[in-house]
Design a binder for this molecule. Structure first.
Ligand SMILES: [Zn+2]
Length: 262
């Protein structure tokens, strides 16, 4: 079964929603993060169904080069590796992808206890730095308010004062979520949004929430109830979810770019 088909089936059978979202999967040899929803979901499903303790993965040849042995009989996980070529302007562009197989570090003789893989060990100061950089670069106005929202007309983010949140994580989740909405602006990503259209509102909510999950994953911070929140909007509308996933990756990449982390 193809990777995308397997992911689509997992959405329909609810597997993805019951597992939640975790986009931290990275190659242990290169430290590069795996891009794309399908790759991350394949790896996430493999981790849950096999009880792998780490989001670190490695290819057969990479393991050999590093002197790491893959445990005999281990079944690999398929991933899509982008094929990048330089265009006439000297820019790297993706021209296709090829399938490869990777193994979780838990399927090797490597001492995984020496690799910190715990979710929830994140540091919010990094998220604060990203927020500050993004707001400053883009000239977004932030108001302390009695509610959380983004106003596209005035490019203003309203956010409740930090002291009114019961948890620090809830404050940052709300703040980053509203900032993700701000990437919709014409001068940024130009995402179409019509607040009078329910479908448009749903899509925008899912995009902002997924993009927040992408960013938090990077810093080992889980988002409470993220998958349930998204499921509430999406149901089993696979096409809508895939559309939102693509847009959310663009949104998080936009903010990463202003921070020089991409
Ligand atoms: Zn929202």
């Amino acid at each position: 079964m193809k990777i995308t088909e397997k992911v689509l089936e997992s959405i329909k059978t609810d597997t993805i929603f019951s597992y939640g979202f975790d986009f931290r999967n990275k190659n242990f040899a290169t430290s590069h993060r795996y891009k794309g929803f399908s790759n991350n979901m394949m790896m996430f499903i493999a981790r849950h169904s096999n009880g792998f303790k780490t989001p670190n993965w490695i290819g057969m040849n990479q393991a050999r080069t590093l002197g790491i042995s893959i445990i005999k009989g281990s079944i690999g996980t398929p991933v899509l590796i982008p094929i990048i070529k330089e265009n006439i302007d000297g820019e790297d562009i993706m021209v296709g992808s090829r399938q490869s197989t990777v193994f979780n570090l838990d399927q090797t003789d490597y001492d995984i206890e020496s690799v910190n893989s715990n979710f929830g060990t994140g540091d919010f100061s990094k998220i604060q730095e990203i927020i500050d950089n993004y707001i400053c670069t883009e000239g977004i106005c932030v108001n302390v308010s009695d509610h959380n929202s983004y106003n596209p007309e005035h490019d203003v983010v309203n956010i409740v004062h930090k002291s009114n949140f019961t948890r620090e994580s809830a404050y940052y989740e709300a703040f980053v979520h509203e900032l993700m909405h701000s990437t919709m602006k014409d001068t940024r990503l130009g995402r179409k949004f019509d607040y009078k259209d329910e479908q448009s509102r749903i899509e925008e909510e899912v995009v902002a929430e997924l993009a927040t999950a992408w960013l938090f994953s990077e810093y080992n911070i889980p988002i409470d109830n993220c998958s349930q929140y998204i499921k509430g909007y999406i149901g089993d509308n696979v096409k809508l979810l895939m559309d939102c996933v693509q847009k959310s990756e663009l949104a998080v990449n936009y903010i990463r770019r202003t921070n020089g982390t991409i």
